[in-house]
Write a protein that binds this ligand. Structure first.
Ligand code: ADP
Length: 631
């Protein structure tokens, strides 16, 4: 210290030396001869004496990172400092405890008396070194991850109107590194159709409104002219006086994603267009019942706009009632969702419009499921049946009128035929008799057919009224049998009658029982073999009228038994035996029975026995109001 003070009489230098945060060491030639407390702390020595007389290589590892020995290199650096006047370099030092650390060393020579000495300022730079390493690392990761994600980065300079970009960016644009990167040349890469949009966006939005650049746009890649979709992101930096200085950002090639997205959108639009143009009402809802699709016809049929309907529960939008009893019947939608199966309204259904008008519809609800079968919702389709109904009604009215008109000439034909066959106006030879009977049989079948058609049209037009009155049921039965005489005669069939009580009087519409008995007996006669027997039994049990008709004819094949009440259904064996049947008889019987809550059942074994049993509850035998189905 004395030496130092000799050299620097000024107290202020001493203060600086002692108080400096940098380690300061004085060297005479190549040996230390003084140091400040910061130097002691840095190297881990307790006193100046401990460090004095040491050569710099003694506070260094034997070799420096470049492989040279610390001793020789230190001497070289000292010599350079004396020669150049100042020498700044990096050095690896070693503390007293052996720990090495990177340091920056500044050697400044000065005169002390007549000696030339050096002041070394040593600064531990391990933190800076670490920071540089980690900065390099993060730069590396940033670059690599951008490469991996195919993200290009750029910096645009507003002053020069040029940009610099990463190699990934060049690749995305399909340009070479030396491409003239001006704003105009960027616009040249942009797809011609998007150029104006992008210029406008950049100038009037990003710069004028100071928003971040965030836009998907198309380019025509320079190297191959291919159309690519890019996502450009960027942030403009403005000077304090509001001038844009630069913009930094990234671009990403999103072509694959964009094309998939466009395809999905196209598909969606197409599906939407299809749904909108379907001629039926299409309503879809999610699994909670919330409406999410509502097409134009649905708007017309419900009187509710799609805007109003979407988001609401279907029960607030769809109001269905049953045609026969006016009961609400929206359950089929819930059922489709619950049971994951297509449901159709079996009964005739009316869709009640917002203004109260009832539209006859046929409808079905189908569940919407994902590929794993999980329920997502339901789609309901309503078809407006008004037109079909009108056509049906017109058709039925025509059939009704035609059958009615046909009855008169047929009665005349039958009447004259009976006169002929009964030989009231002269004898017929056997051939003539046979022919006349054939004609009579055919015209009888015609009568039956016309009666059936009339009954069906009455039932469908709703003009089939029930008027119960007290009648002798046996008389009604006998009248029927009499009417069927021509048929029984032709086939030589015997009808065996069995009545619980010949004098039974019941309150019933005779027209109704006539239709039932006539049809059942006709069938038994038709499907019996020649000279067969048909049984008719009538009894009253607990206020139920029970009519049974049985025969030993061809019977009904088991496989077709469940269909025989269907309109115009005929079993195969029946078609072969009697090609002229209409398949309307049993349908009519079933329909008229529904007017009086009656029922019909049968048992049949092919070629053994067929037995039909009709039960009519007499107490309830009041005229039921049947809705006119065709109106
Ligand atoms: P149709 O007799 O004009 O064919 P129906 O409606 O009266 O029409 O009968 C429907 C079908 O039921 C018949 O075609 C026949 O197959 C079957 N069927 C009805 N009654 C009998 C019966 N007694 N014996 C055998 N088959 C019968």
């Amino acid at each position: 210290m004395n030496n130092l003070r000799e050299a620097h009489e000024s107290v202020s230098y001493n203060d600086i030396f002692e108080g400096s945060a940098d380690a300061l060491i004085l060297l005479d030639k190549e040996r230390f001869f003084d140091c400040n407390p910061a130097a002691l702390k840095l190297f881990g020595y307790r006193s100046v004496e401990e460090l004095n007389t040491k050569h710099p290589s003694e506070v260094s590892p034997s070799l420096q990172p470049n492989g040279e020995s610390s001793l020789e290199l230190a001497n070289k650096k000292i010599e350079e400092a004396y020669k150049k006047g100042v020498n700044l370099f990096e050095w690896v030092h070693k503390r007293k405890n052996g720990e090495e650390f990177p340091a920056s060393v500044l050697l400044v020579p000065f005169k002390l008396g007549n000696r030339r000495v050096l002041q070394a300022t040593v600064r531990d730079i391990s933190k800076e070194k670490k920071a540089i390493v980690s900065l390099k690392e993060s730069e590396y990761f940033f670059r690599e991850s951008q490469k991996a994600a195919n993200i290009g980065s750029y910096k645009f300079d507003f002053k020069t109107s040029t940009w610099v970009g990463s190699s990934v960016m060049d690749k995305i644009f399909g340009i070479k590194a030396d491409y003239n990167k001006t704003i105009e040349n960027w616009l040249k890469i942009v797809h011609p159709d998007d150029r104006e949009i992008m210029r406008h966006y950049f100038v009037d939005e990003v710069i004028a409104k100071r928003i971040n650049f965030n836009k998907e746009y198309r380019i025509l890649r320079i190297n191959d002219g291919e159309l690519r979709w890019l996502l450009g992101l960027g942030k403009v930096l403005f000077s304090t006086n509001g001038e844009p200085i630069s913009m930094v950002g990234t671009i990403m090639d999103i072509t694959e994603r964009k094309l998939a997205q466009l395809k999905a959108m196209e598909l969606m639009n197409r599906n939407e267009a299809i749904i909108q143009s379907i001629g039926d009402a299409v309503i879809a809802c999610d699994k909670t019942g919330k409406v999410n699709v509502f097409n134009k016809v649905a708007e017309l049929m419900t009187g509710i706009s799609a805007k109003e309907a979407i988001g609401k529960h279907y029960s607030e939008v769809v109001n269905c009632t049953r045609e026969d009893d006016g009961e609400k019947c929206n359950d089929f939608i819930a059922e489709a969702i619950l049971h994951k199966k297509i449901t159709e309204m079996s009964n005739h259904v009316l869709l009640v419009r917002k203004d109260g008008v009832k539209v006859p519809v046929s409808d079905s609800a189908a569940p919407i499921t994902d590929h794993e079968g999980n329920i997502l919702g339901c789609v309901v389709i309503f078809h407006d049946m008004s037109r079909e109904r009108k056509i049906d009604k017109a058709k039925t009215e025509f059939v009704s009128l035609a059958s009615h008109q046909l009855r008169t000439p047929l009665s005349t034909i039958n009447w004259y035929l009976e006169i002929l066959i009964n030989e009231e106006i002269g004898e017929l030879n056997p051939k003539q008799q046979t022919y006349a009977k054939e004609i009579y049989g055919a015209s009888q079948r015609m009568v039956l057919l016309i009666n059936s058609l009339l009954n069906v049209s009455r039932l469908e037009l709703g003009t089939f009224g029930i008027e119960p009155k007290r009648v002798s049921i046996v008389s009604v039965a006998k009248k029927c049998i009499k009417e069927l005489k021509p048929l029984t005669m032709l086939k030589d069939i015997k009808i065996i009658e069995k009545y619980q009580d010949e004098s039974m009087i019941v309150k019933i519409d005779p027209k109704l029982v006539t239709i039932i008995m006539e049809n059942l007996l006709t069938n038994s006669i038709k499907y019996s073999h020649k000279a067969g027997q048909v049984r008719l039994s009538i009894k009253l049990i607990n206020k139920d009228l029970i009519i049974q008709v049985s025969d030993h004819g061809i019977g009904i094949p088991i496989s077709q038994q469940k269909e025989i009440f269907g309109k115009m259904f005929r079993a195969d064996n029946a078609k072969t035996m009697d090609p002229d049947g209409s398949g309307l008889g049993l349908y009519i019987v079933k329909q008229v029975l529904s007017y009086v809550d009656g029922s019909i059942n049968f048992e049949s074994k092919e070629n053994v026995e067929t037995k039909f049993v009709v039960i009519i509850p007499l107490q309830k035998n009041i005229s039921k109001k049947h809705n006119n189905r065709l109106l």
